[in-house]
Design a protein around this ligand. Structure first.
Ligand code: PEP
Length: 247
């Protein structure tokens, strides 16, 4: 079954999320996709209520890199777990760029998420400058090694690596099918070198960046790709259901 992750970013109030979910859930069929909805913190309670008993996992979009205490405005992994969250997005490029999150902080966040029983969606990907100077694979290797430093091999079973080229996010541009396939192979090669061949095959890898119902077909046959992470196109339940029906 393919993995599909929705990133709502900073969109929808709790009431809007409620309307969205009523519309989505009335037409969502279990067993077709492995679906995780990454919502704003404020929408998690209503989503937890509405998604009870449905085949949908809830995700958050960030967490603190500290365990608890004097961190006003932050949310801990234990708080997320206790709110019914199963997964957390870590290291999204918008956080790396706007909030200066680096891969050392990302590594701490991953360890705290795993410690508290959350699954991790780790976002990696090159900038346009790195792509233009042929540094894509070098960038991916560095990011994976810093993010996963000190993890045990069996912990990779709870990690999804989202390959999200920064220049493709929200721009309507995507790499070619061939380019994504090569980056996915490179990601698995690095995991294989750093952990094991088994881990390189079992870790989930998805692609994210300007996916919608019009362009997804061309990416469905990419080798060793487990699924997709969708941002803008998940916000309309009709468009998102169309994507679900295609994958
Ligand atoms: C994202 O925010 O991770 C993303 C993939 O966004 P979009 O689909 O809008 O490019």
């Amino acid at each position: 079954m393919r993995t599909l992750i929705a990133n709502f970013k900073m969109n929808k109030t709790p009431s809007q999320t409620k309307d969205y979910l009523i519309s989505l859930l009335s037409r969502f069929e279990s067993g077709k996709v492995d679906l995780t909805l990454c919502l704003p913190y404020t929408s998690l309670a209503i989503a937890n209520l509405l998604c009870q008993g449905r085949d949908i996992r809830l995700g958050a979009q960030n967490l603190s890199d500290e365990e608890e205490g004097k961190n006003t405005g932050e949310i801990s992994s234990a708080m997320l777990k206790d709110s019914g969250v199963d997964f957390v997005l870590i290291g999204h490029s918008e956080r790396r760029k706007k909030f200066k999150e680096d891969f050392r902080a990302i590594n701490r966040k991953i360890k705290l998420a795993l410690k508290n029983g959350l699954g991790v969606i780790l976002c990696i990907g090159e900038s346009l400058a790195e792509r233009n100077t042929l540094k894509t694979y070098e960038t991916l290797k560095d990011q994976i090694e810093l993010a996963l430093k000190g993890l045990y091999e069996n912990e990779l079973e709870r990690i999804v690596i989202a390959y999200e080229p920064i220049w493709a996010i929200g721009t309507g541009k995507t790499p070619t099918k061939n380019e994504i396939e090569k980056s996915v192979a490179e990601i698995r090669r690095v995991v294989g070198d750093d952990f094991s061949q088994n881990a390189s095959q079992t870790v989930k890898v998805v692609y994210g960046g300007s996916i919608d119902s019009k362009n997804i077909r061309q990416f469905l046959s990419i080798k060793n790709l487990d699924g997709f992470l969708v941002g803008g196109a998940c916000l309309d339940p009709n468009e998102f259901l169309k994507i679900i029906s295609l994958i």
